[in-house]
Ligand binder design. Structure first.
Ligand code: OOG
Ligand code: NI
Length: 464
């Protein structure tokens, strides 16, 4: 039995290899990474408190590692295989996202590390969508698409073999991990040779651009990789100066002193050359883009319900036209409505709106304390915001729409189908809320133990 390396180490090898590959494939991604690094350094230099907070919470090391990517799969078999591949890297499916309500015929999950230590090492995650051909009205076209998809194999033979070996041995050696990463990279590489002729591509494209993107090519090319910034507004402002044109508004919550959940913005990256079957001339396809994200605190179910309500109200009151008209009114409305959520980390915690992770500072322990709140007030117990590690369905729909160039208003009539997704995946998708809740509870118990006060862990700790 060889010496096995940790799944976290394999994930880091993989996320770096993906980033290097994407830099070569999409030059604007390199420009974006440089811009984000610059803004992050400036933000930290200008805000010593933020720097100290991130350092104490162990958030600084992972800042430059932090990325997410996205892929789109065609069949249940592909989804089940990808689940096995990501499992080798310590990434599990978390959350179910139904995009059909936004006129996009997919449902999705995020493959990501789930425990605190793994997240702190490298939180790399992949938003993974599965095409829902059953929603396509033109049944003949849907059948043709299924036939094309059934002929392709998205994993190389060595990638499959190494995955099977990892499952059997419970991991991979360092040299096996290097081979595994190199092989898995092949799955996500852009390949310009289409599986279809130009006419079939056009039919798929007319049904939905996304269908053409999934069905026409030999594999699920990575369609974006997203660095994490500490100041998304600054990056958005400076993008045009680097020759990058972002979408009209940032998705998600407004700018806040205590950032909430996830804010994202994207730009169309490039038009790629495609060789269609039997064609003498090259055609083109726009599939890949750039995105940045700023992550904030994870909200509890109560906080999330408030978020969803305020966002829906804003979108109804101040809609943005496809050409971007109305963007300023939207931002103003969003900011005004979100005043309903307190912009203070301690209020968010005490009102049960946001998840935290506790740590002990034993030096600060008071002589007497009869509650968790008293320990927090003394500084012996610190509540750091838990970073939101997941995605937001309304934002994801906005990102899809901006890069697909469709503002299709028509929602598909079929309902969300979590059960069908889980069947394709071959596993259940846990709710993300349960993970944050557990991290909060476990960290509280550990911190109270470290302070010699395990008796307080049962005490009610929220005024709400
Ligand atoms: C995925 C779009 C969603 C995000 O960050 O919300 C997404 C896709 O375009 O395949 O990446
Ligand atoms: Ni994304």
């Amino acid at each position: 039995m060889p010496d096995l390396i940790s799944p976290d180490a394999i994930r880091t090898l993989f996320s770096r290899a993906m980033s290097d590959m994407y830099r070569r494939e999409v030059p604007q991604y390199g420009a974006l990474i440089d811009l984000v690094a610059e803004v992050n350094a400036e933000t930290l230099a200008a805000d010593p408190d933020l720097h100290a907070r991130l350092a104490a919470a162990g958030e600084l090391e992972r800042l430059d590692e932090e990325r997410h990517g996205a892929i789109r799969l065609g069949t249940a078999q592909e989804l089940a295989q990808i689940r096995r591949v990501f499992a080798v890297m310590g990434m599990e499916p978390v959350g179910y996202y139904d995009l059909s309500v936004a006129g996009i015929p997919v449902h999705s999950t995020a493959f990501r590390p789930t425990d605190g230590a793994a997240l702190a090492t490298n939180p790399f995650r992949v938003f993974t969508s599965l095409l829902r051909l059953e929603l396509v009205e033109d049944r003949a076209l849907a059948e043709r698409a299924a036939e094309i998809l059934s002929s392709r194999r998205i994993l190389t033979e060595p990638a499959l073999e190494l995955t099977t070996r990892a499952e059997a041995q419970g991991g991979l050696s360092a040299s096996e991990a290097r081979a595994f990463v190199a092989e898995v990279l092949e799955t996500f590489r852009w390949r310009g040779e289409a599986l279809v002729d130009a006419e079939t591509y056009a039919r798929l494209h007319d049904a939905h651009r996304l269908i053409a993107d999934v069905v026409s090519f030999p594999g699920p090319h990575i369609n974006h990789l997203t660095p994490r910034t500490l100041d998304i507004d600054a990056v958005q402002r400076r993008m045009p100066g680097r020759g990058i044109a972002p979408k009209a508004v940032i998705e998600g919550p407004p700018r806040r002193r205590v950032p909430l959940l996830l804010r994202q913005t994207s730009f169309k990256a490039l038009e790629e050359e495609v060789r269609f079957r039997g064609a003498s001339q090259a055609g083109t396809h726009t599939a890949r883009f750039g995105e940045i994200e700023q992550r904030g605190v994870a909200l509890t179910p109560k906080g999330r319900a408030l978020y969803d309500r305020l966002l829906a109200g804003t979108r109804a009151a101040a809609p943005i036209a496809p050409d971007g008209t109305g963007a300023q009114a939207y931002v103003d409305t969003l900011e005004a409505r979100f005043a309903a959520i307190p912009d203070d980390a301690d209020c968010l915690r005490r009102e049960g709106l946001a998840f935290v992770r506790y740590r002990a500072v034993p030096e600060a322990a008071p002589a007497v304390a009869d509650s968790v709140e008293a320990l927090i007030a003394s500084g012996a117990l610190v509540a750091d915001p838990q970073v939101y590690e997941d995605f937001l369905p309304v934002s994801a729909a906005g990102i899809f729409q901006s890069n697909l160039g469709t503002e299709s208003a028509a929602a598909y009539s079929a309902a969300a189908s979590r059960a069908a997704f889980e069947e394709a995946l071959g596993a259940e998708v846990p709710d993300e809320m349960a993970l944050y809740e557990r991290a909060e509870r476990d960290s509280l118990e550990a911190a109270l133990l470290a302070l010699g006060r395990p008796d307080l862990s049962q005490a009610p700790r929220r005024v709400a």
